[in-house]
Design a binder for this molecule. Structure first.
Ligand code: NAI
Length: 461
């Protein structure tokens, strides 16, 4: 048995960041993690491996479609799927080992095994019970199941199985046009798989600014991905390495069955809190399965929760921010997360990124706003890399010019969004961005031009 100031259950981005910050603030910290490696879903079977596959397959796309145009001639590369998976695994290993190193550096103890909370102030790992003044539930999330769809992680897979398919399928049906479906759908489409995305709603990427979502769908369609919208999947079955997916069209209730080599179920995730003993402990839960919290505190004294296990967007960086804020609170400081400025990024090509309000949200709230839009067609760098299809859209208050949201579809959108995030944190106006010198030639000039378009107009439009 050991005694700690804080024991964190879960070594993902929420948990490990909280642990490192707690240690930096002088607290004695233990992290319970049952996987063989630290980093949680994000590093092991989520954000990081998918980005490795996106990078590899984007490179393939460049070789197949753009190299010759740039005068790079010769045999186009062939795909060694096992090597691509090995590269992906090396990327994972490098990152998970990095967290282990940071734990050692900061003197965070890794309590290996799966944890339960037998009582407030106690965490059980294996046969050992450890004591802690504060306990943090940072157990993340797992893929949500879908009625009538039986996942075997071979033919009918979640995002986890989609990272390690035995072979590249000839065809794939993706259920759900959300972030996972479109990122992994892109990977396989670039590898030559015939990808069909079946989505319940009438648009892709729910919650995204509608204009961006429409442009995004058009671009992905051009890349060869097929969309069936307004279709509720009723079930999926696998037999002999093949699968059948049945969906019902919402407009006329007609039922259609698709035959395919592989099905990716990407219909959302749910908090992973099973087996922690929360019910016996009397921890209050939300109706949708999250741990109920107020400033990260549960109703049980000394027990806290964060990340995907609580309410809010299921994003690694939201969990990280909460981890830092909670560490500050536990160390007697004032931790804070600004939930109004949490960016969202989809790492397809082009990337899609957003922060703040969408036009639809502003309309619904009855807020007077103006729109500054700039197409990457007017951006020299984007044109040079054949990625001029997208645009930057900045939404600002009609009277005060304060930035209310930004939506970008285009090259490096996931990085570009952050200058808008910083601006929003400082309560900046669109003019503040417009008057800031941006280096030429950079993609970021498109952000400035969109800000200029909120005022007297963009220059290169
Ligand atoms: P999602 O919630 O983004 O999308 C799920 C989609 O499935 C929705 O469009 C929904 O309408 C559709 N759907 C649900 N039931 C259906 C049915 N029966 N038939 C047809 N369509 C149906 O969920 P996703 O993509 O699984 O992602 C899970 C979480 O992981 C999200 O919170 C996402 O933000 C996060 N994530 C974030 C990434 C990033 O930041 N780049 C990458 C991967 C995941």
């Amino acid at each position: 048995m050991a005694s700690f100031d804080v024991i964190i259950i879960g070594g993902g981005p929420g948990g490990y960041v909280c642990a490192i910050r707690c240690a930096q603030l002088g607290l004695k910290v233990g992290v319970v993690e049952g996987r063989d490696t630290l980093g949680g879903t994000c590093l092991n079977v989520g954000c990081i491996p998918s980005k490795a596959l996106l990078h590899a397959t984007h490179s393939l796309h460049e070789a197949e479609h753009n190299f010759a145009k740039m005068g790079l001639k010769g045999k186009s590369p062939s795909v060694d799927w096992d090597q691509m998976k090995a590269y992906k695994q090396e990327t994972i290993d490098g990152n998970t080992k990095g967290i282990e190193f940071l734990f050692k550096k900061n003197k965070v103890t890794w309590l290996k095994g799966w944890g339960t909370i037998p009582a407030a102030g106690q965490v059980k790992v294996g046969d050992e019970v450890h004591e802690a003044k504060s306990i943090v539930i940072a157990t993340g999330s797992e893929p949500a199941s879908l009625a009538g769809v039986e996942v075997d992680e071979k033919t009918i897979v979640t995002s986890t199985g989609a990272l390690v398919l035995n072979k590249i399928p000839k065809s794939m049906v993706v259920i759900g046009a959300g972030v996972i479906g479109l990122e992994m759908g892109s990977v396989y489409a670039r590898l030559g798989t015939e990808v069909t995305v079946v989505e319940y709603l009438d648009a892709i990427t729910p919650g995204m600014d509608a204009e961006v979502a429409k442009a995004f769908q058009k671009i992905l369609t051009k890349q060869g991905i097929k969309f069936i919208l307004g279709a509720a999947v009723q079930g999926a079955t696998a037999k002999g390495g093949k699968a059948k997916v049945t969906y019902k069209l919402r407009k006329d209730d007609s039922e259609v069955t698709l035959d395919t080599d592989c099905v990716l179920v990407a219909t959302g995730r749910k908090p992973y809190v099973d087996g922690l003993g929360l019910e016996a402990l009397g921890v209050e839960m939300e109706k949708r399965g999250q741990v109920k919290t107020h400033h990260f505190a549960t109703n049980i004294k000394g027990v806290y929760a964060l990340g995907d296990a609580i309410v809010g967007p299921m994003l690694a960086h939201k969990a990280e921010d909460e981890g830092m804020a909670l560490a500050e609170i536990l160390a007697g400081k004032s931790g804070h997360v600004n939930y109004d400025v949490i960016p969202g990024v989809i790492y397809t090509t082009p990337e899609v990124a957003s922060v703040g309000q969408t036009e639809e949200q502003l309309k619904e709230a009855g807020r007077a706003y103006k729109v500054g839009k700039f197409s990457f067609m007017g951006n020299a760098r984007a044109k040079a890399i054949f990625q001029a299809d997208g645009f930057v859209k900045i939404l600002a208050d009609k009277d005060t010019d304060r930035i209310l949201g930004a939506h970008i579809i285009g090259p490096m959108a996931g990085d570009l969004i952050h200058e808008v995030c910083v601006a929003m944190e400082f309560g900046a106006s669109a003019q503040d961005l417009a008057l800031t010198c941006h280096a030429h030639p950079t993609y970021s000039e498109a952000v400035r031009e969109a800000a200029l378009a909120c005022g007297d107009g963009a220059i290169h439009a």
